[in-house]
Write a protein that binds this ligand. Structure first.
Ligand SMILES: Cc1cc2nc3c(=O)[nH]c(=O)nc-3n(C[C@H](O)[C@H](O)[C@H](O)COP(=O)(O)OP(=O)(O)OC[C@H]3O[C@@H](n4cnc5c(N)ncnc54)[C@H](O)[C@@H]3O)c2cc1C
Length: 391
């Protein structure tokens, strides 16, 4: 009888003290957002990443020269100042205001403003405009107004004409996507704005900033919670989720299903670091307009959350877009075509059968997502999960 009582008491104790356990694969922004929300709601979370560092593609660090480097390309945060994503991130970092400006390097070595605006057109056509109306009517005179674009190349011609397209848009786009802009859907080219005023900012948003102590510190603060355990240098493989009540996988969805419907296409980027003793660049990021392999270069110590260099050189990073074969495992930009979207939809439908797994992040959702949208999407995923209590 006494033995039965002890057994029942033990069972009750186990039930009361049982905490749900969730696995999150990927310590990037998507995974860390989910982990934090669940941890704050009493769930034990194990976050696993195959890399040796947290923060995924927004990882930054200070090098020996006291410069803050973003290892996977420059990341600029921009959004509406009332965004829920910004409110969430502001719990984990202070911000330094920074409005991003980009220059484009021309054939003769000089640079001009990007995205195309009044200043760019004045520089290229050696003209002076007094007001926006004049700029607009000039653009109308050089663009192909009668063309109804069926692809990115035609969109360029219809919006700014061939001369500006040949300098600023066609070579860059071809390098970026590895195909002629004629092969790309109109939606790819439509991301690039054309302005009739002198606004040379890269983004329009009313909040533009960098985390004061870097993105890695921000993610470190997000993951600092008694209910979160982080395992680095740990590659997820199928089946590991069995030990957990639920798994959020920020991993390529096609890989999980052994590419049964074929591979989802991505573009990757190789980063080439150089030490430069020359003058500062005319902006932290300078785009190339030539036919070389490089799309852009970044001078890190020009960003306001970088320290001043301690030696007499600046660190620059040159970007070379490439195929996944040239940079295996480094997924950057999902290539959206009709065919790839259909393929992803098949994988998505298949994944609905797995009640205990949710695919997340850029590669789980096969979607290019900026940082703030990434936070908002994953806040919603985590909150929906808590609501329907799948566990
Ligand atoms: C070149 C580039 C520039 C960008 N610039 C900007 C910008 O200026 N502004 C902006 O707002 N956004 C920018 N972004 C977008 C930003 O990087 C994303 O919003 C953000 O990184 C999304 O994070 P994620 O968690 O989805 O993916 P990731 O950061 O890629 O995180 C996924 C993590 O999962 C891990 N992982 C994958 N598979 C496994 C496995 N099997 N086992 C264990 N771990 C695994 C990976 O190692 C990685 O750390 C840029 C993106 C790129 C590619």
């Amino acid at each position: 009888m006494a033995f039965d009582n002890i057994l029942i008491e033990n069972i009750i104790h186990v039930i009361i003290s049982y905490k749900s356990r969730v696995l999150v694969v990927g310590a990037g922004l998507a995974g860390s957002t989910i982990a934090r929300v669940l941890a704050e709601n009493g769930i034990e979370v194990v976050v696993m990443d195959k890399r040796k560092h947290i923060a995924g593609n927004i990882f930054d660090f200070v090098n020996d020269n006291n410069e803050r480097i973003h290892r996977y390309g420059p990341h600029l945060l921009h959004c509406n100042e009332s965004s829920e994503g910004l409110v969430f991130l502001s719990r984990f970092t202070k911000w330094i205001n920074y409005e991003h400006r980009v220059r484009a390097q021309l054939e003769n070595g000089t640079t001009t403003s990007l995205p195309i605006n009044k200043i760019t057109i004045q520089d290229i056509y050696k003209k002076k405009f007094d007001n926006e109306k004049e700029v607009k009517s000039f653009i109308d005179s050089i663009r192909n107004k009668n063309l109804i674009p069926r692809n990115t190349d035609e969109l360029f011609e219809a919006s700014v004409g061939n001369k500006l397209s040949d300098i600023f848009l066609r070579p860059y786009t071809k390098k970026m996507w590895g195909v002629d802009p004629k092969e790309l859907a109109v939606s790819i080219g439509s991301r690039l704005p054309v302005r009739t005023n002198s606004d040379s900012r890269y983004f329009n948003d009313n909040f533009q900033a960098l985390p004061k102590y870097g993105y890695t510190k921000m993610i470190e603060n997000m993951l600092k919670h008694i209910n979160i355990k982080v395992l680095l240098d740990s590659k997820y493989s199928k089946g590991m989720e069995i030990e957990y009540d639920h798994a959020f996988l920020c991993t390529p969805i096609d890989e999980f299903y052994d590419y049964c419907y074929g591979e989802l296409p991505y573009r990757s980027i190789l980063f080439e670091e150089r030490k430069s003793k020359g003058n500062d660049l005319s902006a932290p990021v300078v785009n190339f307009t030539d036919n070389s392999i490089y799309t852009r270069k970044t001078q890190w110590n020009l960003f306001p959350n970088s320290g001043k260099r301690i030696s007499n050189f600046n660190t620059l990073t040159y970007e070379i877009p490439c195929s996944m074969r040239e940079n295996p495992g480094e997924y950057y930009y999902p290539v959206h075509t009709k065919e790839s979207r259909k393929k992803y939809e098949k994988y998505r439908k298949l994944s609905l059968q797995k009640e205990k797994i949710t695919f997340c992040g850029r590669t789980g959702l096969f979607r290019y997502i900026d940082m703030i949208p990434a936070v908002m999407i994953h806040l919603k995923i985590a909150k929906d999960f808590l609501k329907i209590k799948k566990i």
